[in-house]
Design a protein around this ligand. Structure first.
Ligand code: MG
Length: 385
């Protein structure tokens, strides 16, 4: 029997690459797809992959899809997305939704005891222990899709507990590596979107340029692997060949290498614990020539420092950090905020909303909403100034 798979966010960068992986995998069968508003593309994917059930978070887009497509069910809005998961009888959900909107579907999948291939790092940044405790309670497994965390998952796999001293996340440094704050004053959206090594969606590409992506990944790693923050380091590695490393108690350091191609971690997550052939270029180290490493400049790239501080503050702070970042990045992409102001908006939002204890997913939703309101006000004050 093929493994029944639901892909959430299937029209995005990870979603389309996942469908490419599925195309070559007779042991995987896609039973449901979702997108935010790209209804025409979603219907095209459903037709191509023989999928009979789709969901669109945008209610208007769902209405138009329901009119245009007679090949199956169209579910609508946030409730429709949850139903798509809970009624799917799936073995595995790939969550490739962008932002904290991915938390509710993560909770829906884990709550049903369905294994989760997680490309939505915000689920763990925002949901933290509540998410990992839910997975533990229902016996569902979370398999990371993020390339660094996939590398760590593979490296940690065979190590007995208590032997791992440190996790080391690599960061490409983004398009602005080596620049000073003064040189970042007037960078454009186009420059920020030109990532040197990875081809990704808009939100994560900006997060890579500010290094917030690495900050979110630090929090993600802490929750995925239960590693204290003092034992997780970040090192800049511009070639993006080493995807992450672990240091062991006997002095050995293990690294995971490969060309930057998301189909590798996607295929790993979708087939885990098996491995399958993936038609990607094999690493040729002599052709790569040299691998270089350097420390992170947390003074210029303040977002990573802010993420560390929010992680240490814990409670609602990572949720606030993430919500403010989503608002600020959206404002930057639409030309309403300058690049360096992304970090300022996040810092001021965190200052005005001290961390409080998380009691439930509802208290996270409230903290998320509050942070968005404050961050939006901060953006507007700058736009109209
Ligand atoms: Mg990553």
């Amino acid at each position: 029997m093929p493994r029944r798979l639901v892909i959430l966010g299937s029209t995005g960068s990870i979603g389309t690459q996942a469908l490419d992986v599925v195309q070559r995998a007779p042991d995987l069968s896609v039973v449901a797809l979702s997108a935010d508003g790209a209804w025409e593309e979603l219907i095209g994917q459903a037709r191509e992959h023989g999928v009979r059930r789709i969901a669109l978070s945008d209610v208007d887009a769902a209405a138009r899809a329901a009119e245009a497509w007679t090949g199956g069910d169209v579910l609508s809005g946030p409730d429709g997305l949850v139903r798509l998961i809970t009624e799917s009888n799936a073995d595995l959900v790939l969550n490739a939704i962008v932002g904290s909107a991915g938390l509710v579907p993560t909770v829906a999948a884990l709550g049903e005891g369905i294994d989760l291939a997680l490309a939505n790092k915000e689920s763990l940044v925002v949901g933290g222990e509540l998410v990992t405790q839910l997975a533990e309670a229902t016996g569902a497994t979370i398999i990371p899709v993020d390339s660094e965390h996939s590398a760590l998952h593979q490296l940690l796999g065979s190590e007995p507990p208590g032997t791992v001293d440190r996790l080391i996340l690599t960061a490409s440094g983004g398009p602005f590596r080596g620049r000073s704050a003064a040189e970042l004053q007037d960078v454009t959206v186009e420059q920020a979107l030109a990532h040197p090594t990875w081809d990704m969606g808009g939100k994560i590409t900006i997060d890579s340029a500010t290094l917030m992506n690495k900050g979110l990944e630090l929090i993600e790693a802490h929750h995925l692997f239960g590693t204290p923050y003092e034992q997780i380091d970040v090192v800049v590695h511009p070639q993006s060949i080493v995807h992450s490393l672990i240091q062991l108690c006997d002095g050995a350091t293990l690294a995971h290498l490969g060309y930057p191609d998301m189909r590798v971690p996607i295929a790993y997550a979708l087939h885990y614990p098996d491995r399958v052939d993936v038609p990607v270029a094999r690493l040729d180290l002599a052709a790569v020539g040299s691998l270089t490493f350097e420390p992170v400049d947390e003074e210029t790239f303040a977002c990573l420092r802010l993420a560390r501080e929010a992680a240490r503050a814990a409670g609602t702070a990572p949720c606030t950090l993430n919500a403010a970042n989503e608002v600020a990045v959206h404002a930057f992409l639409s030309g309403r905020l300058r690049f360096l102001e992304i970090a300022s908006v996040i810092e001021e939002t965190l200052e005005s909303l001290p961390a409080s204890t998380v009691h439930s997913f509802d208290s996270l939703a409230a903290a998320d909403g509050q942070a968005r309101r404050i961050a939006s006000e901060l953006v507007n004050a700058r736009t109209t100034a």
